[in-house]
Design a binder for this molecule. Structure first.
Ligand SMILES: [Ca+2]
Ligand SMILES: [Ca+2]
Length: 238
C-alpha cells in the first residue's frame, strides 16, 4: 500500500513540475510544415525541433512554401550554415501559410527555431556564432556568467518574450553592455509572440565577437527596443 501511495505522489509531483515548466498549450504548439510545391502542395514534412540535415527526412533543397507557428531560421547548408555568408532566410508565423521568399525556395538544407523549447513567448535568448543567426549557438533563460564554447564568438542574437536581457563584453556581468527588448510584436487570437533579431553586433553598438556574459533584465544605459511595445495583428499578406 505504501508503495502505491508513493507512486501516486511521485506521479503527481512529476505532472506538477511539467506544468510549471510551461509545456506549450495546443494553441501555441511550435512547428513548421514545409511543402515541396508552392501554395502548400506536394510532399510535405512537419518539423517540431532542430533539424541539422533535411536529407534525413527527404526534404533537402526541396521546400517552397510552409505553414507554422514560431520564428524558424532556414539555412542553405547543413548544420545551420557554419560558414556564414550574407544571406538570411526566416519564416515567422502564428498559424498562417506563406510561399517562402523566392531566394529561399528549393535550397533549405537545415532549420531550427529561435526562442524557448517550452512556451512560444517565454523569456529566452539565443546567441549565434555567425552573423544572421548562423553556426553554433548558446541559449538559455537564466543569467550566464560565461558563455562556454561561445566565449568571444557571438556575432548575432535573438531575444524572445517581454523581459529585457543585458549582454556584457566581459565575464561575470562586467565590461561594456547593451540591453535588448523585443521590438517585433505579433498576436493572433490569444497567442502572443515578441522578439528582437540582432543580425550584427554593430546594431548593439558592441564589437563583433565581444560578448562574454548575459543577465536577465535591462541593466545597461544602452537599450535596444522597449518594453510592452505595440503588437501587430497577424496579417496574411505579411
Ligand atoms: Ca542547400
Ligand atoms: Ca563570431
Amino acid at each position: 500500500m505504501k508503495f502505491i501511495e508513493l507512486w501516486c505522489f511521485l506521479a503527481f509531483i512529476t505532472s506538477s513540475i511539467l506544468n510549471e515548466k510551461g509545456v506549450a498549450g495546443a494553441g501555441d504548439f511550435r512547428y513548421v510544415t514545409g511543402y515541396a510545391g508552392l501554395n502548400y502542395t506536394g510532399d510535405y514534412y512537419q518539423f517540431t525541433d532542430y533539424t541539422p540535415d533535411l536529407s534525413v527526412v527527404q526534404m533537402d533543397n526541396t521546400i517552397e512554401s510552409g505553414c507554422g507557428i514560431g520564428l524558424w531560421l532556414l539555412y542553405d547548408a547543413v548544420n545551420y550554415d557554419p560558414l556564414a555568408d550574407e544571406s538570411e532566410c526566416t519564416f515567422r508565423s502564428i498559424g498562417e501559410c506563406r510561399n517562402w521568399d523566392f531566394q529561399c525556395r528549393n535550397m533549405i538544407s537545415s532549420l531550427r527555431y529561435a526562442g524557448s523549447p517550452y512556451g512560444l513567448n517565454d523569456n529566452y535568448y539565443n546567441l549565434y556564432e555567425g552573423t544572421l543567426f548562423k553556426g553554433r549557438e548558446f541559449r538559455g533563460n537564466t543569467d550566464a556568467a560565461d558563455l562556454g564554447d561561445l566565449d568571444m564568438a557571438v556575432s548575432s542574437l535573438i531575444v524572445t518574450g517581454q523581459s529585457g536581457w543585458t549582454f556584457y563584453t566581459d565575464v561575470n556581468f562586467t565590461g561594456f553592455s547593451a540591453c535588448v527588448y523585443a521590438d517585433e510584436h505579433y498576436t493572433n487570437g490569444d497567442i502572443v509572440h515578441d522578439y528582437a533579431r540582432v543580425q550584427y553586433m554593430s546594431q548593439l553598438g558592441l564589437p563583433d565577437n565581444s560578448i562574454r556574459s548575459v543577465a536577465r533584465g535591462c541593466l545597461s544605459e544602452r537599450v535596444l527596443g522597449h518594453p510592452g511595445g505595440e503588437r501587430s495583428g497577424q496579417d496574411a499578406s505579411d
